[in-house]
Design a protein around this ligand. Structure first.
Ligand code: IPE
Ligand code: IPE
Ligand code: MG
Length: 245
């Protein structure tokens, strides 16, 4: 039997690199799109369990700026699936008081796809429960470049003074402005890299790499990840209290 979670140590923000859909499909003699479709089912389940636990923000890496380099048919399939799923899940998202926001570059995404995503997001924007931060056409270096450009622009027009630029200022120019930094990063499928994800925001996150492929990442796997997180000693550069003196 699994030990219960400590309600006082629930992470505020969990970020997930949902990886391994293709390998999951290959192992079963299925196509890659079939792997993505199965992966989408886990997205719904993980949202449910995160909400039940009282997690405030769930960031999901759905499509990276590097993923454009995949075969066009796969890219189109992923876009279509995303729009379809968000639309199909609309009433459930509404009922569960879930807010969705996009984290990524507008540029490069077909208008039809972006508009459809924005329309869904708009309908949910009054919700106050779990925030699902969808990293879509996201790349962390690109995000930092965009932030630098906007900071420079605001300095030139006098909206910002170079002298007062702080870490907090930089945070305000990132796509994740207004969100707390992730406490926990989970990557499925056994890969141990961050693939250009949230380089700035993950500075003090706990990392959890699991061999489980994303389509096999059930509610129970998510709960296990949170339990593991609760055992970590987050020191933030300090000395733990019992070692002081
Ligand atoms: C993650 O699964 C989903 C996306 C990147 C969109 P992959 O498609 O990367 O699956 P693998 O890594 O090839 O198994
Ligand atoms: C990272 O997975 C991006 C997403 C999960 C959306 P990839 O499968 O694209 O990453 P690499 O290529 O293995 O680093
Ligand atoms: Mg992958």
């Amino acid at each position: 039997m699994m030990v219960d979670l400590d309600p006082k140590r629930i992470p505020q923000h969990v970020a997930i690199i949902m990886d391994g859909n293709g390998r999951w499909a290959k192992k079963r003699g299925l196509t890659r799109p079939q792997g993505h479709l199965e992966g989408v089912k886990r997205v719904g389940e993980v949202m449910d369990v995160a909400r039940e636990m009282g997690i405030k923000v769930l960031t999901l890496f759905a499509f990276s700026t590097e993923n454009w380099n995949r075969p066009q048919s796969e890219v189109e399939g992923i876009m279509k699936t995303m729009c379809l799923v968000l639309n199909n899940q609309m009433s459930k998202l509404q009922r569960d008081n879930i807010r969705v926001r996009l984290c990524g570059r507008r540029e490069g995404v077909p208008d039809k796809v972006w508009n459809e995503l924005e329309a869904v997001i708009h309908k949910l924007d009054k919700n106050t429960g779990l925030t699902v931060n969808l990293a879509f056409n996201y790349g962390s270096r690109g995000e930092i470049v965009d932030a630098i450009k906007n900071i420079a622009k605001d300095v030139v027009i006098g909206k910002l003074s170079q002298k007062t630029i702080s870490e907090e200022t930089v945070g305000r120019y990132l796509y994740t402005k207004d969100l707390p930094d992730p406490d926990l990063l989970i990557r499925t499928s056994g890969e141990q890299r961050i693939s250009n994800f949230l380089l700035w925001q993950l500075s003090y996150a706990e990392f959890l790499f699991t061999e489980v492929l994303w389509p096999d990442f059930t509610k129970n796997e998510f709960k296990k990840a949170i339990l593991d997180y609760q055992k970590r000693d987050r020191r933030f550069g300090k000395v733990v209290s019992h070692q002081q003196g």
